[in-house]
Design a protein around this ligand. Structure first.
Ligand code: NAD
Length: 298
């Protein structure tokens, strides 16, 4: 019989991930802080939990997909949280992007109650979550990982065991360095090309076929030139990740000079009220610096 799964955090990512679990034959009990996402899944036949504790009590495996470290700490370690409801032997898979140092603390706290944890953040965006093609990077005990692998396979395509607790989180932070810098590079390149009078669509086509091509350019380029900044992945969340990256870099004594500059650009975007826009909107601040608008849309 399929393991009993609980799913907490039904946002842009969590909702489609929970749907894919249902499609794969699991019937997750779901819980979210705000009501509308729960009602939506209830209409599709999902069982609703009334708290994180309640969900954990009904589950052998609990998945969390929440915004940031304090949210995961509150939901897993806090009052009415997962550890209060979980039986020994339960596995908690946190798929949010949070501080790997916090993931290591949660691992230790959970072990005291004989609860297993994995940090298993994802890459691939909303599209990957909907299509079940996420890249999932996992830290924790290998045997725990192996026991839940079929569950992860219902949500992702590239699933990599990275090592001990925190290893999944560090991998995700490395991922986020590349994505933030790549989107900023695309923004600078399109702004330069735009001010030189190049056609943005042809520019993207030409760049995509050579060494400058990337998944970011492929996935975000057409949206950028239409001025479509519907998230996807928000400036606010990527700014959060840049903070986690710089915190980890300081702890490990790794200077990340270019990431530091990009973090400031993301701060500026938030000051301008664009925190809820897609992270590809980093181009807007570069356009403003250059006094040009490359986008054909608003
Ligand atoms: P989101 O803000 O859309 O969803 C988070 C959900 O968690 C919301 O529905 C919110 O109501 C719920 N929530 C918050 N606190 C809660 C609590 N205490 N109890 C229960 N529910 C609570 O965020 P998202 O875009 O789905 O991202 C979730 C995580 O995945 C983040 O860590 C993000 O960095 C990461 N991520 C996002 C993307 C993306 O493209 N959106 C891609 C990869 C990774």
């Amino acid at each position: 019989m399929a393991q009993k799964i609980g799913f907490i955090g039904l946002g842009i990512m969590g909702k489609p991930m929970a749907r894919n679990l249902r499609k794969a034959g699991y019937a997750p009990t779901v819980y979210n802080r705000s009501r509308p996402a729960m009602e939506e899944l209830k209409r599709e036949g999902a069982t609703l939990g009334s708290s994180a504790k309640d969900v954990a009590a009904a589950s052998e495996v609990v998945i969390t997909m929440l915004p940031n470290s304090p949210d995961v700490e509150a939901v897993v370690l806090g009052v009415n949280g997962v550890l209060e409801g979980a039986q020994p032997g339960t596995t908690v898979i946190d798929m949010s992007t949070i501080s790997p140092l916090v993931s290591q603390t949660i691992y230790e706290e959970a072990k005291k109650k004989k609860v297993n944890t994995l940090d298993a953040p994802v890459s691939g965006g909303e599209k990957g979550a909907i299509e079940g093609t996420l890249s999932i990077m996992v830290g924790g005990d290998r045997e725990v990982f192996e026991a839940v692998l079929p569950i992860l396979q219902a949500m992702g395509k590239t699933i990599t065991y990275m090592g001990a607790a925190g290893a999944g989180g560090f991998t995700k932070l490395a991922n986020q360095v590349i994505v933030a810098l790549n989107l900023t590079a695309i923004g600078e390149a399109l702004t330069l090309g735009g001010k030189a009078g190049l056609d943005p669509e042809r520019l993207i086509q030409a760049l995509g076929g050579g060494m400058a091509g990337s998944r970011c350019l492929e996935m975000k380029g057409p949206q950028i030139i239409k001025g479509n900044f519907q998230p996807g992945f928000t400036i606010d969340l990527h700014h959060k990740d840049l903070g986690l990256i710089m915190e980890a870099a300081r702890a490990l004594q790794v200077p990340l000079p270019t990431t530091a500059v990009v973090q400031e650009l993301f701060s500026a975007l938030r000051v301008k009220g664009r925190g809820a826009w897609d992270h590809s909107a980093v181009i807007t601040i570069l356009e403003e610096l250059a006094g040009v608008q490359v986008r054909t849309g608003s």
